[in-house]
Design a protein around this ligand. Structure first.
Ligand code: PAF
Length: 279
């Protein structure tokens, strides 16, 4: 496995490759990332994993400085998972000048849910992913379904810019107790780590109520948020959405079996967690 830090060297290493498989990450890797890498290896090769903490997708008060940078350990995990090349550019390599050209996803998809609570987040994600796609030129790229809205936004970007890249969504990997694996789980205090499973439980509560004709969507969502609040969480959203466009279903759609997804984001102490459940 090679570790490459510059765009020029990466382009040279990948010259002539037709089936490059790509997994973009911000590092601090866990089993969830490694399952994306194994999926990438099944679908193509060489497998390139980028590790880059992208300043553009962090709000000023967020954890950009604190975000763990663990390149040596990440590389130890990546080699046995089937990664051929780690692309770990410095900030000045990827953004040698302020990134003034940006990819602006549509407000209808990007300004709700995560975008409502993290304004500009998806512009930052799309801009860096578009740039990484131009550099790596993969045939296939694998993203985790844990970041459900991010996956939808990236799929839309690839479709509308006619990028010749197959986007693969990979199932969320969970700990034994059901907590979705996330780099931010590392911020949890031991008691919070035990409590953290309540977010997935509240998504199951939403799913259980989803087809209840006697309840309104608002009452189902309020009950799930209240249960989390009672346990000391601060929910940003707990909601049932249409899988197709992440907008709220009408009652008729909800009761007629429209494919839905339960999505949640909530803060436990200092840590903000997100999760989702398709139903
Ligand atoms: O999902 C992530 O880790 C990031 O949003 C991504 C896709 C690597 C872009 O920085």
């Amino acid at each position: 496995m090679r570790v490459i830090h510059t765009i020029a060297e990466l382009r040279q290493a990948l010259a002539g490759q037709q089936r490059t498989a790509f997994v973009p990450t911000m590092g601090n890797l866990h089993e969830g990332h490694l399952s994306l890498v194994r999926e990438a290896a099944r679908r193509g090769g060489p497998v390139v994993v980028s590790i880059f903490v992208n300043r553009l997708q962090f709000l000023p008060h967020e954890d950009f400085d604190q975000y763990p940078r663990t390149l040596a350990r990440d590389c130890e995990l990546l080699a046995p998972a089937g990664c051929d090349i780690v692309f770990a550019p410095s900030e000045s390599e990827l953004y040698p000048e302020p990134q003034a050209y940006k990819v602006q996803p549509p407000a209808a998809l990007a300004d709700l849910l995560e975008g409502e609570f993290r304004p500009g987040f998806f512009t930052g994600v799309c801009t860096v992913v578009m740039k990484l796609f131009q550099i790596v030129q993969p045939a296939v790229a694998v993203f985790g379904q844990k970041d459900y809205q991010q996956l939808a936004v990236i799929r839309g970007m690839v479709r509308q810019f006619a990028l010749p890249i197959e986007i693969v969504g990979h199932a969320t990997v969970r700990a034994d107790d059901g907590l979705a694996l996330s780099s931010r789980n590392g911020y949890l205090q031991p008691a919070e780590r035990v409590e953290a499973i309540a977010l997935a439980q509240s998504l199951r509560q939403l799913a259980a109520g989803a087809r209840d004709g006697a309840a309104t969507l608002a009452s189902i969502e309020a009950a799930a948020a209240d249960s989390l609040r009672a346990r000391g969480w601060v929910p940003d959203y707990l909601t049932l959405r249409r899988r197709s466009d992440l907008l709220p279903p009408t009652d008729a759609e909800r009761l007629a079996g429209e494919p839905l997804v339960a999505l949640g984001a909530a803060r436990l102490g200092q840590t903000r967690l997100i999760d989702n459940l398709e139903l």
